[in-house]
Design a binder for this molecule. Structure first.
Ligand code: PXP
Length: 244
């Protein structure tokens, strides 16, 4: 540790539900994975309730809210249906993500700048309910500017481009994320990051001193097949600590 503040790990459990849903039964249960993740050192649980309910479902959200002893970060699209659900369940945090039916995962950041007027009231209603609002955006100064105007206390930077790039392109993307984290922090916004992070690429991201939280899902759940969920979370935690 070099004296930078500790970095929180949010474990995304969506893909436990993906495996369960493949057979239509109730095994494996996302809530059981969430409880194990908390015991293994996760600081929070993230779950994305998609419009098509392809992984997490409404009953999972209910179970998570009843059971969890650590904060729940609900990822959701900016729709009336999701706003209603968030206001009813009141998770600790709500991360607003763009959502397209045809995409396999959240492929890009939210256009907070382009959708400013529509999002203003949305963010305001969540904030009024004491839900910590986060906007999942590209590491782009225009989007940070929009987050400031929208009054979002948190932004999460999409690390997907970084994760999929290599060589000079990856370095460039890393600088973009690092500059964006510094700009957000300077403006009083708490910067988080996530998407596509693995044991092999997490350290340079975790070393960005302003970042407060990383949200990681697909890799941790996949890796759990080989080393168990506890093992995969503990190893990620150790790499994040090594970076600080
Ligand atoms: N953060 C956000 C906002 C996401 O939408 C996702 C994917 O659902 C993640 C983090 C986690 O990404 P991954 O599953 O690639 O680790």
């Amino acid at each position: 540790m070099n004296g930078t503040s500790p970095l929180r790990l949010g474990v995304n459990i969506d893909h436990v539900a993906t495996i369960r849903n493949a057979r239509g039964g109730d095994h494996p249960q996302p809530v059981r994975a969430a409880t194990m993740a908390a015991e293994a050192g996760a600081d929070g649980i993230t779950a994305h309730l998609r419009e098509d309910r392809r992984h997490i479902r409404d009953d999972d959200l209910l179970e998570l809210m009843k059971t969890l002893s650590i904060p729940l970060n609900l990822e959701m699209a900016a729709t009336d249906e999701m706003l209603d659900i968030a206001l009813r369940h009141k998770p600790h945090a709500a991360c607003i993500v763009p959502e397209k039916r045809e995409e396999r995962t959240t492929e890009g950041g939210l256009d907070a700048a382009g959708q400013h007027n529509r999002l203003k009231d949305f963010v305001g209603q969540l904030r009024d309910a004491n839900i910590r609002v986060s906007l999942f955006i590209e590491p782009d100064p225009r989007q940070i500017e929009a987050a400031i105007h929208l009054g979002a206390p948190v932004v999460e930077f999409h690390t997907g481009h970084y994760a999929h790039a290599s060589g000079a392109e990856r370095e460039k993307e890393l600088r973009r994320i690092s500059d964006a984290a510094a700009l957000a922090a300077k403006n009083g916004i708490e910067p988080h990051a996530g998407h596509g992070l693995t044991f092999d690429n997490v350290i340079p991201i975790a070393a960005i001193p302003q970042l407060v939280e990383l949200n990681i899902g697909h890799f941790l759940i996949g890796e759990a097949i080989f080393g168990g969920l506890t093992g995969s979370i503990q190893q990620m935690r150790a790499l994040m600590n090594e970076a600080r």
